[in-house]
Write a protein that binds this ligand. Structure first.
Ligand code: CLF
Ligand code: SF4
Length: 528
């Protein structure tokens, strides 16, 4: 690999504690905290979906191009992970880091472990090829703070070579309180802590052991130490003005109801976002839960817990539960294009001005997207007398980014889910699916699982769709819609919804609630 580099950008600065706490308070007082689905003022009430008008400028500056911390940004900006942290200091019942399958996407799973030098080489190569890649995260495959020297050395080296890239890390939190000074020293201003409980009685059902102070702890003692360390670490990060996100794995029957208490506890300690993710659990993964029949939640179970947290810490709903070596937009994985062997063959030119110019064009596109959404809402003002104003439903969207309906049904490996009402179109999640079109032909045996994944939706918005899947979807009661190809998603969803309401009002169809949907588990068929 040959490398050329252009001049540096300035180092990042931290946000004041006051701003972090004020931001949380403002969200609570507006009643809009969490991804409230109640419509109301017509804007997305999820903090991670909010725009520059909804938060202090210094916080917006931190999140505006971070695809995990801003729902809006995730349509436009990419992140990458480097797998430099192999060790872990705890055991979670949902994890088996030995499992490595290139068709599998879940945290902890990784193909190629890297040294800090190799990692930085890879980041610079990716950033020169993908100008919308704005964030480097270290998320394993073990715990980023169980191998702190590798993690921090990677960040230190990268800052020297590519100072415009935001630094991000995730941790189970056990070692966190002792590492906050180091985190601040390396300008890491986004930290995720996985907190699945704040009650050791629940914790002992999730964690069989932890390794702490040269000793293995088990049972309730282990869970008590872990929760205390996690919350202490969160408080320390907040006090330093470092943005924090809390990941919680929803484990039905173990911590589902308890996550509302977790949401409250982390909000009180200044967490910026709370990401409630479904448990991925299959026997083939070889995890304790997988082998013992612990199931993951359905789509509606997940949404119910997320909705119940409305008004607490802001919710993230667009997480894709990435691999520890993921590259690209959330929901896509381009890691195969950037193996060490391929990077050696690449001509790498790290041109910071070119990256900035590209990102400026992305910002213009975002402005246009916001304007289109505002326009669609303006023409669809609610009518207090209309029966159809009470309708709220889900639509699935096939997109390959830029916030547009721009993907063929047969090419989608996931659908984004929007909740649409007379006053809002709000992103509420995504559903992974098997690829329908393979080698140029539709695989009809994939259709039932795709229908299962979006079975709670009234319509699916696509750029194009073939006759076979169209018929299958219609049979299942899901309306295939290609009339808004390449339109901005919210504009398309609201326009379709206006038409749907009109048809209901004219008596051409009866609005009916739909059922539940399945969250895709296990390996899926990726694009060839
Ligand atoms: Fe990576 Fe995590 Fe940083 Fe994002 S991922 S370390 S905050 S850059 Fe993002 Fe992936 Fe979900 Fe994580 S979608 S698993 S939340
Ligand atoms: Fe696996 Fe992460 Fe849990 Fe460690 S903290 S056991 S790597 S999921």
């Amino acid at each position: 690999m040959s490398l050329t580099r252009t001049p540096a950008a300035s180092a990042s600065s931290y946000i004041s504690l006051d701003d972090l706490l004020k931001f949380g308070k403002a969200v609570t007082e507006s009643g809009g905290g969490g991804c409230s689905t109640s419509g109301g003022d017509g804007k997305a009430s999820c903090g991670s979906s909010d725009g520059p008008a909804d938060m202090p400028p210094e916080i917006w500056e931190k999140v505006k191009n971070h695809p995990c911390y801003s729902e809006e940004a995730h349509h436009h900006y990419a992140r990458m992970h480097v797998a430099v942290a192999p060790a872990c200091n705890i055991q979670c019942n949902y994890c088996n880091r030995k499992y490595d399958c290139s068709n599998e996407s879940r945290p902890g799973v990784v193909s190629q472990k890297l040294t800090p030098e190799q990692a930085v080489k890879k980041v610079v190569a990716v950033a020169s090829e993908i100008p919308q890649m704005t964030v480097l995260g270290i998320a394993g495959p073990g715990d980023s703070l169980a191998s702190p020297s590798k993690t921090f050395e990677t960040f230190r080296l990268l800052q020297e070579q590519a100072p415009d890239i935001k630094l991000c890390m995730s941790t189970n939190g056990l070692a966190l309180p002792d590492m906050v000074d180091e985190i601040a020293k390396y300008n890491i201003d986004h930290v995720t802590i996985t907190i699945n409980m704040v009650d050791p009685e629940i914790g002992e059902k999730i964690y069989p052991w932890i390794f702490y102070k040269h000793k293995r702890w088990t049972g309730r003692d282990a869970a008590k130490i872990l929760t205390e360390r996690q919350l202490e670490g969160l408080e320390k990060l907040t006090a330093r003005g470092i943005l924090t996100k809390i990941n919680s794995v929803l484990i039905p029957g173990v911590n589902d109801e308890h996550l509302i208490e977790v949401n409250r506890a982390v909000k009180a300690r200044g967490a910026f976002l709370h990401n409630i993710m479904p448990l991925i659990s299959e026997a083939e993964h070889g995890t304790y839960y997988g082998l013992n029949g612990q199931r993951g939640p359905t789509a509606q179970e997940l949404k119910a817990v997320q909705d119940a947290c409305s008004g607490g810490a802001n919710l993230m709903r667009h997480c894709r539960q990435c691999r520890a070596d993921a590259v690209g937009l959330l929901g896509e994985d381009r890691s195969d294009e950037f193996t060490l062997e391929k990077i050696e063959q690449m001509e790498v030119v790290y041109d910071i001005d070119k990256r900035r110019a590209y990102q400026a064009s992305v910002e213009s596109e975002r402005q246009a997207q916001r304007a289109a959404k505002a326009h669609a809402l303006a023409v669809q003002s609610p009518d207090a007398a209309a029966d159809t104003d009470a309708i709220k439903l889900l639509v699935a969207v096939a997109t390959q980014g830029q916030g547009r309906v721009n993907q063929h049904f047969g090419h989608a490996t996931e659908f984004q889910i929007f909740e649409v009402s007379a006053t809002a179109a709000v992103f509420v999640g995504h559903r992974r699916v098997d690829l329908y079109c393979q080698g140029g032909y539709g695989e009809d045996e994939q259709l039932p699982s795709i229908v299962d994944a979006i079975n709670d939706c009234h319509a699916v918005l696509v750029a194009k769709i073939g006759a076979c899947p169209r018929e299958e979807l219609e049979r299942a009661g899901i309306e295939p819609v290609d009339a808004y190809a390449h339109d901005f998603i919210e504009h398309a969803a609201l326009s379709w919804f206006a038409d749907y309401r009109a048809r209901v009002a004219r008596g051409e169809l009866t609005h009916q609630a739909r059922g539940d949907a399945a969250i895709r588990q296990g390996a899926y068929t990726a694009a060839a």
